[in-house]
Ligand binder design. Structure first.
Ligand SMILES: *Cc1c(COP(=O)(O)O)cnc(C)c1O
Ligand SMILES: [Zn+2]
Length: 424
């Protein structure tokens, strides 16, 4: 077991694993999970991970704060992660870039990035002997927890705002969760969930509250590391060491800030182990109408001022980000930055990604919209290799998708009707 405790991201206080469960008792700060890097360095080399055959997040079990794999083999709990990375050559050409890739997190069992966090939280719940897990969610975190809990035979309880997209609510219900639609915002649901967990003895997964969510999300960094390791060695052979690519730049959609801080944690783990020499650049993308973290970043402060969030991208619509401080640092400490995108830019990105064969929900397309903005602002050089994260499937929010594209004409079933419409 390499899980040795926690450190508060605000006051720096260290805690033993059994001393705290969620946030810092002093100041409510998010806790970073501490691993015994010294013993990991002594026991593992990169090849020990790279040569594993397990094609899911559990190939990284030695680097996770868990005693054992979660059980429930062969279920959707063992199909999380190891998502494909696609090349987007037409996007690269259009943008004048050497290479653009997209990591497609919609391929997870419940169709979003959130499965990574929920799988690790469910594994933790099983180790703790808890039988009910609970979360507040705008939709995806709840669907992921409900799905992973179902796979593991645990009960899930989900508090979602009543305005969540219907497809996400359908997922919650079909996965057999107890679902409560809160007549209020996500932030109201968040606070209610913490009270309910306390009152009924449930294990709470809330994003930016439970320290294990970031540990699940960091597995995407490990997958990017493995893939980039391969890409670099091919490029070295093709074009020589002197032309080796610049460090990778990764575009990440940001709401609460837990995905970007999870990725940051994953790359910091690899740095601690000596398995990478430098961190990739992390660029956070927020919707203009929900940009509390981007505002703090550009004001060069870690004081996050809440906003009244309004954006079509429901998954990144957050008044008070729960992992804002670490999200600011993720960009700062990797020479990254934050950009903001309008709802129109998000809708245009849905339509453009669709033409490359990728169907993204609004929050997922925001990262590609952010790449366009960053390129326009001169933040990306032609030689910078770029990876964008599609964090969720377009099927999650069909209403938004229909806003991104022109409607199809209805025709009489006659050739004449087609000819009329095909005329230029
Ligand atoms: C949750 C979510 C995000 C944002 O993640 P945070 O940890 O809240 O920053 C982005 N995209 C999708 C599809 C999500 O579900
Ligand atoms: Zn603290």
């Amino acid at each position: 077991m390499t899980f040795v405790g926690y450190r508060c991201s605000l006051c720096g206080e260290a805690y033993a694993p059994e001393q705290v469960r969620y946030t810092c008792p002093n100041d409510g700060g998010n806790l970073d999970v501490l691993l015994d890097y010294e013993s990991l360095r002594a026991r593992y080399r990169p090849e020990d991970i790279l040569s594993r055959t397990e094609a899911s997040i559990w190939r990284y079990l030695p680097l996770l704060p868990l005693e054992n794999a979660p059980g429930a083999e062969g279920t959707p709990l063992h199909a999380v992660g190891y998502t494909p990375i696609f090349s987007l050559p037409r996007a690269a050409e259009k943008l004048g870039l050497r290479a653009v890739w997209l990591k497609d997190e919609s391929r997870n069992p419940t169709a979003s990035f959130k499965d990574r966090a929920s799988a690790v939280v469910v594994a933790r719940a099983r180790e703790m002997g808890v039988d009910t897990v609970v979360t507040a969610s705008t939709g995806n975190a709840g669907a992921a927890l409900a799905g992973m809990a179902a796979a593991a035979g645990l009960q899930a309880v989900i508090f979602a705002p009543r305005t969540a997209p219907p497809a996400k609510i359908a997922q919650l219900l079909v996965f057999g969760a107890r679902v409560f639609l809160v007549d209020g915002t996500y932030d109201d649901a968040f606070d209610l969930t913490i009270q309910a967990a306390e009152e009924f003895g449930w294990y709470c997964r809330n994003t930016g509250y439970n320290p294990f969510t970031a540990e699940g999300k960091k597995t995407a960094a490990f997958e990017i590391w493995e893939w980039w390791h391969g890409v670099r060695s091919v490029w070295r052979q093709l074009i020589g060491e002197e032309n080796a690519p610049a460090p990778l730049t990764i575009f990440v959609p940001v709401g609460d800030g837990n995905i970007i801080s999870g990725l940051h944690k994953g790359f910091k783990d690899l740095l601690e182990l000596g398995w990478i020499k430098r961190l990739p650049r992390l660029i956070g993308v927020q919707a203009k109408g929900s940009a509390a973290i981007a505002q703090a970043f550009h004001a060069q402060t870690e004081q996050i001022q809440p906003v009244r969030a309004e954006t079509i991208a429901d998954s990144i619509s957050v008044d008070l980000p729960r992992d804002g401080v670490r999200a600011v640092r993720a960009a700062r400490e990797t020479q990254g930055t934050y950009v903001t995108v309008s709802d129109d830019e998000i809708l245009a990105a849905i339509a453009e990604l669709g033409k490359y064969g990728v169907f993204a929900e609004p929050a997922g397309a925001a990262s590609y919209a952010g790449l366009l903005v960053a390129r326009r602002q001169g933040l990306i050089d032609p030689d910078d290799p770029v990876l964008v994260l599609n964090t969720g499937s377009g099927l999650k929010d069909v209403r938004a998708a229909m806003q991104a594209v022109p409607p199809a004409p209805v025709i009489e079933p006659r050739l004449e009707a087609i000819k009329r419409l095909l005329k230029p």
